[in-house]
Design a protein around this ligand. Structure first.
Ligand SMILES: Cc1cc2nc3c(=O)[nH]c(=O)nc-3n(C[C@H](O)[C@H](O)[C@H](O)COP(=O)(O)OP(=O)(O)OC[C@H]3O[C@@H](n4cnc5c(N)ncnc54)[C@H](O)[C@@H]3O)c2cc1C
Length: 427
């Protein structure tokens, strides 16, 4: 696989989502000085969800985005609403205790409820559909599903024949279905939520890159044209924030993932591929994930890599992956192809904390699993600003480790580790 630098502009990536967006945002640039209760840096799900939660609690908010609302991972992702966190919280029992584990498990459920209720309450038009499948290629995957199903009544186990009533592929030995997880058009949800925040009083700025932070008693953030003074600053730039705060940069590894969107599929093509309109992930570490759009395109994602670069031939590689799963779609046209960066944390848990005892809070590192968890983060951060730090403290106790190898070696080290996982996926 050959690699090249990612060619991002200040406008949205050339995705199916940007082409099917309901609202083109055109918020002003930050100019001059303003003062608010809370300044939020980054207009992805973490930022907009926090702005909504704070607006609902009556706080004045400034939401400042380098590019466009939803420009980062939030406006480019697979759109899959998956509950829980990437990692089983019981792995953190030593630092958060059994009560902490129970609380994090509860948050893994609540994050999906937040999306559901917010879309209903504010009537956000974002193609919400319920239904999600995980599919297995190995016997060990099916064994794991049987184990999980003992604790998760929502999981409906499916054997090789049954899974074909959802996903018509010869590749899978079985899987499971759950009705309580699903999918959305993520850019429309993200912008829809920004509009909700705006209606609750938030001031939103686009094309306004924060280049400096004052961590003093009353923190402030600055662009080249303006400054926002606030009681709290919340950093939500995740994998796109670079080294604005070196402490955070050391704790997030940006990884690239790619998605293609086919032309709309005909009825017969749907019967040969996506029999049901569900979101699907397979169980490998280097996984395929896919689903249908509202106009019946197959959005097929995968090809994660940790080099920070994009494959030169991503469309062809992704098309080959899609054909392997659905040979019947070999001749369909690919209308869109794009990539995005997700923030990976060492412990595969979102990192929610405070920079050096200041009133500057942060979140990062959802590790490829953030559509629903970002919404929980918004609530946790708003609660903390509002004086209730119980859930913030639990998240903060899950020690946020820097990536070994420093700036120079962390990528090759992680890429080598992933190679091992990919080999294991094949066994
Ligand atoms: C291709 C892809 C597929 C994915 N699929 C799924 C999926 O199906 N389901 C799932 O649960 N998760 C998925 N994820 C992960 C999920 O998208 C992310 O975890 C989530 O969107 C993170 O949201 P965020 O707001 O923290 O970060 P982002 O959405 O990346 O937002 C960060 C924003 O901060 C801005 N910013 C950065 N620095 C500054 C600065 N200095 N000043 C101002 N603004 C700044 C950026 O411009 C950006 O818009 C996927 C990710 C990718 C990339």
């Amino acid at each position: 696989m050959f690699l090249k630098s990612t060619v991002d502009t200040n406008e949205h990536a050339p995705s199916y989502y940007a082409a099917s967006v309901n609202w083109q945002t055109d918020y002003p640039q930050l100019e001059g000085d303003i003062a608010v209760d809370v300044a939020i840096v980054g207009g992805g799900f973490s930022g907009v969800a926090t702005a909504v939660e704070l607006g609902e609690r009556g706080y004045s908010v400034a939401l400042i985005e380098s590019n466009r609302i939803g420009w980062g991972a939030s406006g480019r992702n697979g759109g899959q609403i998956i509950g829980g966190y990437g990692r089983d919280p019981s792995a953190f029992r030593g630092s958060i205790g059994s009560d902490g584990v129970t609380a994090v498990e509860g948050m893994g459920w609540e994050c999906v409820e937040i999306i559901k209720q917010r879309i209903e309450k504010y009537q956000i038009d974002c193609d919400l559909k319920w239904g999600w499948c995980e599919v297995g290629l190995k016997k060990r995957h099916l064994k794991a599903y049987r184990q999980w199903a003992k604790e998760e009544p929502e999981m409906k186990l499916l054997d090789r024949d049954e899974i074909k009533q959802y996903v018509n592929s010869e590749l899978y030995l079985g899987g499971y279905y759950r009705e309580d997880w699903g999918h959305i058009q993520p850019l429309n949800l993200c912008i829809g939520e920004a509009r909700v925040a705006e209606s609750l009083g938030a001031k939103i700025f686009e094309h306004s890159k924060i280049t400096a932070i004052n961590f003093g008693e009353s923190p402030a953030v600055e662009t080249d044209k303006g400054r926002v003074k606030a009681d709290h600053v919340i950093l939500c730039g995740n994998a796109y924030m670079g080294d604005l705060v070196p402490y955070l940069d050391a704790r997030v590894l940006p990884a690239t993932s790619c998605i293609i969107a086919t032309e709309p599929l005909a009825y017969e093509q749907l019967a040969q591929s996506m029999v049901r309109d569900v979101a699907v992930c397979d169980s490998r570490t280097a996984l395929d994930y896919y689903r249908l759009s509202a106009d019946k395109r197959l959005l097929f994602g995968g090809l994660s890599n940790y080099t920070g670069l994009d494959p030169t031939n991503a469309t062809a590689i992704m098309q080959a992956k899609m054909r392997k799963v659905f040979p019947a779609l070999s001749a369909v046209k690919i209308d869109y192809s794009w990539s995005g960066r997700m923030g990976i944390s060492v412990r595969r848990m979102p990192q929610i904390g405070r920079v050096a005892n200041s009133n500057v809070l942060y979140v990062s590192g959802y590790s490829g699993h953030g559509v629903a968890p970002t919404h929980m983060t918004g609530r946790i951060l708003a609660e903390a600003v509002d004086g209730d730090t119980r859930r913030f403290d639990i998240m903060n106790k899950m020690f946020h480790m820097p990536w070994p190898g420093g700036k120079l070696l962390r990528r090759p080290a992680m890429a080598a580790g992933m190679m091992l996982y990919k080999l294991r996926d094949r066994l």
